[in-house]
Design a protein. Sequence first.
Length: 364
Amino acid sequence: MQTIRALLYGDDLPPVGTKVFAYFLEHRLIIDTMDISVEVADLVVSVGGFEHDELFLNWQESTGEKWALKPYETRDIHMVIATAPLSLKPQLAKWHGRTQHIKLVWGTIAAILAFGMLSVLLLWWQYDRAISWVAEQIPVSTEEEMGNSVLEQLRSEGGLIESGVAVKTVQEIGAKLTKGSRYDYQWVIKTDKTLNAFALPGGVVVVHSALIEKASNANELAAVLAHEVQHIEQRHSLKSTLNSLGWAALLTVTIGDVSAVAAVMAHQMGSMYFSRDLEDEADRLGFSALTRANITPDGMVTFFQTMAREEKGDAPAWISSHPATLERIKTIQTLMEKEPCPPCKPLVFDWGRVQKALVAKVDK
């Protein structure tokens, strides 16, 4: 006779159960210490425990009193399965199947949760790469819609100049720098006393009037435009927008609704900061764009130098939002030495006329 160690639960027993010894004798379950004998046919097998791996043998007396017997340890469960009469085997088989199914379900849930947490950690770790990947999935048409929406916001605020000699000059220089681009560029001047320029997603470039007034010549303006154009061509503006506005805005833009983020973007664009790597990339590719257009690139150096000399207290906006200016000047000078451009020539514009025409527009 093989004895099963177990806990017995009953209406009049302690909630924690009473330790007993039990065994099967033919078609009956015998509990020695309690002098209880139960017909196997009256037993109901159920699953229990936090991990759903415990076995209970349940029965009810004719008086209505309920009992439950739980094998004490795993080896006692195995003893029940091994010594139980054949009539109880089907229930025990179902119990085993349920425990395995529940374990599989909980294991799957745990795996999903673990995968979700791992995905979040990987996404956080590779956040910049994730932003870049998603940005590349956004169609150019959606990106252009974003830029146009922000441009409309800026128009509603007033102060934009979209015609005249100065705007035409910006457009002519910009056309040289964007030949063959996938974007349909728009060039506007914003009446503003800060020395700044910024790029909107989709091909909109905004130049502050003060920058044109301070630039020494058209080559310096071309240098600024070349840099800003690369922020658009490399989708830096789009990526920075997605990054700063967060995942909710990212989802909104992805499904094609850009109106919800346009107003926020309009207020951010003038002070948008790019990472050092993106600024370096815009400088280098801007340099290449100038030389491809046969425009002398020394305007990049002289504009930075002029702004550095003019700096008093806080740096001008276009400089302060582009860190490590002196290092960037050295980078451009090194590129000019390593990649000379014999065909490159200075731009020929009556710069004094351009500036006077702009001042007349601003003063209106």
